[in-house]
Write a protein that binds this ligand. Structure first.
Ligand code: NAG
Ligand code: NAG
Ligand code: NAG
Ligand code: NAG
Ligand code: NAG
Ligand code: NAG
Length: 937
């Protein structure tokens, strides 16, 4: 509650000058309604300090409190001059000057004492010298029970004047909102804004604040991506000054320690995707040639700034140790380590041995020696080749054909040794002398005889030891002795060379009908003699006409025979037979043939032929052809099917006629071609099948279509009935292929009208039916019984469409006139009626009576006749000598009103009316009446 002004800073306020809106109000009861810090004063009556304060607290907020010099000047200006001056809200409490409104002690800065004041220990209250010439507006301590002017104030601050983040500060006639740190705007509802923070590279930002993002008191937390760390404070807060409490941090990539090399031989390749030796940097290690890596070959700087592996080391590659070969020596030079990469070894052999392999071995980078280790081998001479026809014998003290070996050579039989027979392998690896050769013994030179040739095999040289020669005679010639000879080891031939003689064939002679002629180059009928055969005219050799004597002594060919020339084989044609004469064999030169044909067939040319010397017939082959009949064609609506054993329409052809459906042939359907070329029968025609003749029924007519003649196959007839008649079945019929109608012709029946079952009630009906009952042209007369009259048409007819010309009439009972009833209401005349058929209608009977002193003049009973008239005139009631009622009744229809006036005077009239009412005569629809009076109707 803001009953009292709040003073946050008791020190001097800036001067507030309020000229217009502030009102100094006198003690008037009308001073309410202004909700601002306002001053109110009262000088009449003057009050003690306590009663002045009570007066203020009762009407306003409290006794005036002074916050600054501006207020003092203002009060001095606005308060009216008062000789006793005015109390203000300061009092000495427990010896301390205190603002009573706030219970705060007066500070030296706020003091405004007049010169020399305060000056008395018993003066506990304070007055202000308003408008005093000396010490104007200054304060003076006074005794509290003195009576002075009263000055009060009303507070301006109220709940809700300022927002939650402010203190309400009273000013003269108004208030101001003093914002708490971090808030702005007149009501201090808006939080101070800091500059929005930007998301760091490689990081994220999480902010929240109760007054909105980047507002006063909001805080943000920085996070960095994997491999990055926050450089600077992680948390930032927006301060009341609108600035963040720290500069925004950055995300710094994690850094790994620089790698230290372990060896000169180590090689390194690094990738730094982000920065040197930082997160995700990768280094791959390898060693120089000849060194191997021990340890991980790759290391990576992880997200925590650590290398995943130590730096590896390099060590030299070693080869397997080697030893010198047998019968040899070795010298090695090692640049790095014994038997390691860079080592080189030289090898030598003892005298008399040679090194097999490389003289120098080097250890390679792969840990292998450059060459396989060599060996020392004894010196060898070239291997001795044993010459032909010789035998070698050697002695080998060290090895085969090696240093010190001695070899001796011997020749076979038939060969002579030429040269030295011994040699030796020397220390230099060569033989002491050449090996000797073995040469064959020689025979005399041979030559071939005429018609022959020599072929020799000379294993050891021409015509020398073991040469063999064979004589070959030319084709058609033979040697006259042994054909082979051989050179012996002594140099002589085993045999002399023979002569070559021609081969002989058999003697030849000529066949019958032929002659031979021969040529003989090497003697008659011997090798290469040729003979030719010549045959007589009409004959030919039955093989090759030439033969020759072969080198084997046989003829190439037997001498053929001379055979008669052949013509083609003849066979009898179908339906015929051949007869032939054959002087030199069947169907050969000079054969003759004649043809004979069967019955019904004729030869197609000359019947004789002969075989000529050239092998051809004088006449082509003959045929027997069937006799022809005339060509037939099918009649309309029919088709022919023929069997033709010997050709179309020829001897023994048979034709059958088939008529289409609905048609029949008018004669024998088959015919045959005779051996004389004529048909047994003419082809008949196809005629349409006939149906019975139709005639139209009574009241109808027929219309027919006849595609193939009247009332025959596929004729269609339609029945049409006269007006008012209908066919009693399908109106169409058709003549089938079997000659029957699809349908009988129906009859034409008169069209039916609805059946009239009963005559009208109380009436009669007399109908005549010219065709059938209640059908077209039926006529009905209608009438009513006595006492009833017809309502509607007196007769109806059944028309062509099967409807009645009108509706059935009704019979209504005849009514009698009863308008006089109205006049009876005021009359002494009473009536009692029975109505057998309806109120006041044919048969109704009414009895009349008169009341009291009246007597009836007329008939006692009226009957309604069948003509609708009452049997007599309506009676009247008459008083003896006074025919008043009679007169009244006569005018009752016209003068009902005047009658009513009269009736009022007459008591008897009321009685009559009552009775009529009870009986309900006036009510035409009164069922009560009908039930009581006409129960049997
Ligand atoms: C005023 O303050 C004094 C001490 O500061 C205290 O003793 C006294 O009770 C207070 N009076 C009221 C009415 O609050
Ligand atoms: C009171 O102060 C408020 C804000 O300080 C100002 O808007 C308003 O006009 C002042 N009223 C008067 C009557 O001076
Ligand atoms: C600022 O935030 C702190 C902690 O979140 C809280 O204790 C304090 O009350 C807040 N200040 C204001 C003025 O909201
Ligand atoms: C670090 O390397 C990993 C694997 O290669 C990759 O997925 C990741 O994106 C890299 N990080 C950065 C910040 O380059
Ligand atoms: C019905 O009519 C016919 C011919 O019109 C007549 O002869 C016959 O008497 C009539 N019958 C009656 C009961 O009227
Ligand atoms: C009865 O009525 C007739 C005809 O209306 C009349 O001539 C006659 O005088 C009447 N008789 C009496 C006794 O009134």
């Amino acid at each position: 509650m803001f009953q009292e002004p709040t003073r946050l800073n008791p020190g001097p306020y800036p001067l507030l000058i309020v000229a217009t809106m502030t009102v100094l109000i006198q003690d008037l009861s009308t001073a309410g309604g202004v909700n601002a810090w306002m001053y109110h004063h009262s000088i009449d009556p003057p009050r003690t300090w306590s009663s002045a304060r009570t007066w203020c607290q009762q009407r306003y907020t409290d006794m005036v409190a002074i916050q600054n010099q501006g207020e003092i000047a203002y009060l001095n200006q606005m308060l009216p001059s008062n000789p006793s001056y005015y109390w203000i809200g300061i009092r000495k409490v427990a010896g301390v000057w205190t603002w009573v409104g706030t219970n705060r002690s007066l500070t030296p800065e706020a003091q405004n004492w007049a010169v020399g004041e305060p000056n008395h220990p018993l003066e506990d209250c304070v007055e202000m010298y308003v408008k005093r010439e000396k010490d104007t507006a200054k304060w003076n301590d006074e005794r509290c029970n003195k009576k002075k002017g009263t000055v009060c104030y009303t507070a301006s601050c109220s709940e809700g004047s300022c927002g939650n983040h402010a203190d309400c500060v009273e000013t003269i006639g108004n208030f101001t909102c003093q914002c708490h740190p971090g808030f702005l705007s007149p009501r201090c509802e808006e939080a101070v804004t800091c500059d929005a923070l930007s998301v760091p590279q490689h990081g994220r930002l999480q902010c929240h604040g109760s007054y909105g993002p980047s507002r006063f008191n909001s805080s943000c937390r920085f996070h960095c991506d994997l491999g990055y760390s926050v450089e600077g404070p992680e948390w930032l807060q927006c301060q009341a000054s609108g600035r963040w409490d720290h500069p925004a941090p950055r995300c710094q990539v994690e850094q790994c320690a620089a790698l230290k090399p372990t060896s000169d031989r180590l090689l390194r390749t690094c990738l730094h995707p982000i920065a040197n030796d930082s997160f995700n940097s990768t280094c791959a290690f390898s060693c120089e040639e000849g060194f191997e890596l021990s340890g991980q070959s790759v290391t990576i700087c992880d997200h925590a700034g650590r290398w995943t592996a130590e730096v590896p080391t390099c060590s030299v590659i070693a080869c397997a140790p080697i030893s010198p070969p047998a019968m040899g020596n070795m010298t090695c030079v090692d640049s790095l380590a014994p038997f390691s990469f860079g080592s080189s070894c030289s090898l030598t052999c003892l005298e008399g041995y040679t090194l097999a392999g490389s003289h120098t071995l080097a250890c390679s980078a792969s840990g292998q020696w450059s060459q396989p280790r060599p060996t020392c081998l004894a010196v060898r001479c070239i291997g001795l080749k044993v010459p032909p026809h010789a035998v070698l014998g050697c002695q080998d003290p060290i090895g085969v054909f090696s240093y010190g070996s001695t070899c001796t050579l011997h020749c076979e039989e038939g060969f002579n040794l030429i040269g030295s027979n011994t040699t030796q392998c020397l220390a230099q690896g060569r033989w002491s002398g050449q090996l000797p050769v073995c040469q064959a013994v020689q025979c005399s030179v041979l030559s071939a005889p005429p018609h022959g040739s020599l072929s020799c095999s000379n294993p050891h040289g021409e015509f020398s030891f073991s040469s063999r020669c064979a004589l070959t005679c030319d084709e058609g010639f033979q040697p006259n002795g042994t054909a082979h000879t051989e050179c012996s080891s002594l140099g002589s031939w085993s045999q002399e060379v023979p002569q070559c003689l021609a081969v002989q064939c058999s003697v030849l002679s000529a066949p019958p009908h032929g002659s031979l002629s021969c040529s003989n180059p090497n003697g008659e009928f011997s090798f290469s003699s040729r003979c030719a055969l010549t045959c007589d005219e009409g004959f030919l050799p039955n093989g090759t006409a030439h033969t020759e004597c072969s080198s084997l002594g046989s003829w190439s060919q037997e001498v053929p025979r001379c055979l008669a020339v052949q013509c083609s084989v003849l066979s009898a044609p179908p339906h015929g037979s051949l007869s032939c004469s054959n002087p030199h064999g069947e169907f050969s030169f000079s054969s003759r043939c004649a043809l004979t044909c069967d019955e019904g067939f004729l030869p197609n040319g000359t019947a004789h032929t002969e075989c000529s010397s050239l092998g051809s017939w004088s006449q082509e082959v003959l045929l027997c052809l069937a006799v022809q009949c005339s060509v037939l064609s099918a009649p309309p609506h029919g088709s022919l099917s023929c069997s033709n054993p010997h050709g179309e329409f020829s001897f023994s052809s048979r034709c059958a006629l088939t008529c289409d459906e609905g048609f029949l042939p008018n004669g024998t359907a088959h015919t045959e071609c005779s051996s004389l070329g004529s048909w047994s029968q003419e082809v008949p025609r196809c005629l349409a099948v006939q149906c019975s003749v139709l005639s139209a029924p009574p009241h109808g007519s027929l219309s027919c279509s006849n595609p193939h003649g009247e009332f025959s196959f596929s004729s269609r007839c339609a029945l049409t009935c006269d007006e008012g008649f209908l066919p009693n079945g399908t109106a169409h019929t058709e003549c089938s292929s079997l000659g029957s109608w699809s349908q009988e012709v129906p009859r034409c029946l008169a069209r039916s009208c609805p059946l009239l079952v009963t005559a009208p009630h109380h009436g009669w009906m007399n109908c005549s039916h010219p065709h059938s009952s209640f059908s077209y042209a039926s006529h009905c007369d209608l009438g009513c019984s006595e006492g009833f009259r017809l309502s509607g048409t007196p007769s109806i007819n059944c028309n062509t469409s099967g409807d009645w010309s009108g509706v059935m009439p009704t019979c209504k009972v005849v009514q009698c006139e009863a308008s006089w009833l109205a006049g009876l209401t005021a009359s002494p005349l009473s009536l009692n009626c029975s109505h057998p058929r309806g109120n006041f209608s044919f048969g109704s009977r009414c009895r009349f009576a008169c009341a009291g002193a009246y007597s009836l003049n007329g008939t006692e009973e009226l009957l309604c006749s069948s003509s609708g008239r009452w049997s007599a005139a309506l009676p009247t009631c008459a008083e003896v000598g006074t025919p008043l009622w009679s007169a009244v009744l006569m005018y009752s229809g016209a003068g009902a009103a005047s009658l009513a006036v009269l009736l009022c005077a007459v008591g008897a009239g009321l009685l009559v009316a009552k009775r009529f009412k009870k009986k309900g005569i006036m009510d035409e629809d009164n069922s009560f009446w009908e039930e009581r009076e006409n129960p049997e109707f």
